[in-house]
Design a protein around this ligand. Sequence first.
Ligand code: MSP
Length: 514
Amino acid sequence: MMAVEMNVFYVTTPIYYPNAPPHIGHAYTSVFADVLARFNRLIGNNVFFLTGNDEHGLKIQRVAEKAGKHPKEFVDEMASVYREYWRTLGISYDHFIRTTDPYHEKAVKEAFSYIHGKGLIYKAKYSGMYCVDCEKYYSPGEYIEVDGKPHCPIHNKPLEYLEEETYYFKLSEFKDYLLDILENKDVVYPQQYAREVASKIRNEGLRDVSVARPVERVGWGIPVPFDDKYVIYVWFDALMNYLSGVGYPDDKERLQLYWSNAHHVIGKDILWFHTAVWFSILKALDLPPPRRVIVHSYLINRGLKIGKSAGNVISIEELVSRYNGSDGVRYLLARIFNTDKDSEVSFELLDSIYNSELADTYGNLARRVGTLSMKKMNGKVYRRSVDKAVADLVATHVGAYIDSMKNYEVSKALEHAMEIARYANQYVNESKPWEKPNPSKELYTLLELIRAATILLHPVIPSASLKLASSFGFEIENPLNIRLEGVERYTVVEAPILFRKVQVERQGVGVGTT
Ligand code: MSP
C-alpha cells in the first residue's frame, strides 16, 4: 500500500478524441478540473494537472482517412488545436499527454505484457457488436434496436458486427474486488455512480473484455508487444495515460507520489471504463484504485447530450466572444457544474447568470468602489478597523467556500464568494460613501470585502482577479489565510470594467438553433 501524501493533488481530465475540435462539453470537464487544480495550488498543495489527447483507434483512423491525411499528421495538427483552445480558456495543465508519445507507448506495452505474463490476458474469439464512435463493444441488452437493427444507445447509429480472434482481459476475475471498492470504499463521487456500477455488476455479472484488435482491421494503435498481428485496444491504451503521465513504469518515486492522491474528472458516459475496467487493470498491475473518480452529468441542449453526433454543439469561440473572454466562460461553466443532474444550457440561462452575478454583483461593485476610492481618497485607502459583523460574515463564507471546494462543489463555493459581493453591494448602498467627506472606513471595509471575494474567485476567473488585484494593490493569497484588516494600504490606480454586460437581444433564443 502506498503512503498517502495529503499535500499532493494529482488531477486529470479524460484524454479527448481529437476527431474534431473541443466544444462546450469538453470545456466543461477541463474548466472544472482546472478550477480544482488552481484552488489546490492556491492553498499550497503540490499539484500535478494532466490532460491530453486520445489519438489511436478506428475513430481517429477513419477521420484521418477522410481528411486524406496520415493519422499521425492528423493528430499532430489536432494536438496544436487542442492546446490552443486550452490556452484560450486558461487551462493550467502541467502536462499535455498524447497517446502517440513514445514514453506512453512504452508504458502501455509494458503493462500489457505484465498482465499477460500473469495469465490475465488470453487469446480467444470475439463475435458481437461494436460502436466506433464510442470505441466500445456492446453486448445484447446494452444496445437499442432501431428497425430491428442494433444501434448505439449514445450515438443512435448502427453498430458494426465484429467476428475476430482477439486478446481478452480477465475482467471476470475482479468481481469481488470491484464490488468491495464500489460498495465499501469512498472512491467514486458522487456515490450514486458507484451504486449504479455495482448493481450492473451484480445484475449482469462481469464478462471478460477484448483488449486488442487485429491489425488488418485497425492499423492505428500500439502493437501488442508479443504479437504484431494485433494492436492494443484504444481504451486500454487511453486509461494508461493516467499512469504513464506520472512516471509509470520507470519513475517509481514520482508515480508513488502522485498516484497516492489521483483524482480523475470524467463525464458519466465513461463511468464503466473508469471504474470496472480501470480499477481491474490497476489491480492487475498491483496498483490501488485512484483516490477519487469525480463524475459529472451532461450538458444538454433541447433535451439531447451536447455533442457532434447530436449536431447541437455550442462552440467555445462563440462563448468566449459573448462572455468577455475566457473568465466569463469559465465562471459560467463552473457555476452550472452539476454532478448528478443534466444541465440544459441555453444562451438565455448563461446570459442571465453572467449579467446578474459577474457583471452586476461583482464587476459593477469593483468598478464603483474603485471609482469612489480614486475620487474620494485619491486612490489611497489606509487600514481602518472593520466591524466585527463584517469580519464574521467573511469568515463564515470563506470557511464554507473552502469546505465546498474540498468537496468538489465548485458551484456552491462560488455562491459563497458571491454572497460576500452581495453583502458589499448592500453595504455600499447603505453606507453611501459618496456622501461623506472622508469615507475611509467605508471604503477600506469595501475593499477588504472585494479582496476576499476576489481571492475566492481567483481559481475560476484567474485573469480578471489578477487584473483587479493589481489595479487595487493587493495580493491573491491563500484563501486559508484571509483575515480582514490584512492590508495596510490600498493603492487604487484604476477602476476596471471587468465584465461588460451582455446585451440580451431576444428572449428565449436557444443555443444551437443556427
Ligand atoms: N477518449 C475518451 C476518454 C479516454 S480517458 C482515458 C473519450 N473522449 S471524448 O472526446 O469523447 O470525451 C468524453 C468526455 O468529454 C466526457 O467524459 C466528458 O468529460 C466530456 N463531454 C463531452 N460532451 C459532453 C457533454 N455534452 N456534457 C458533459 N460532458 C461532456 O471519451
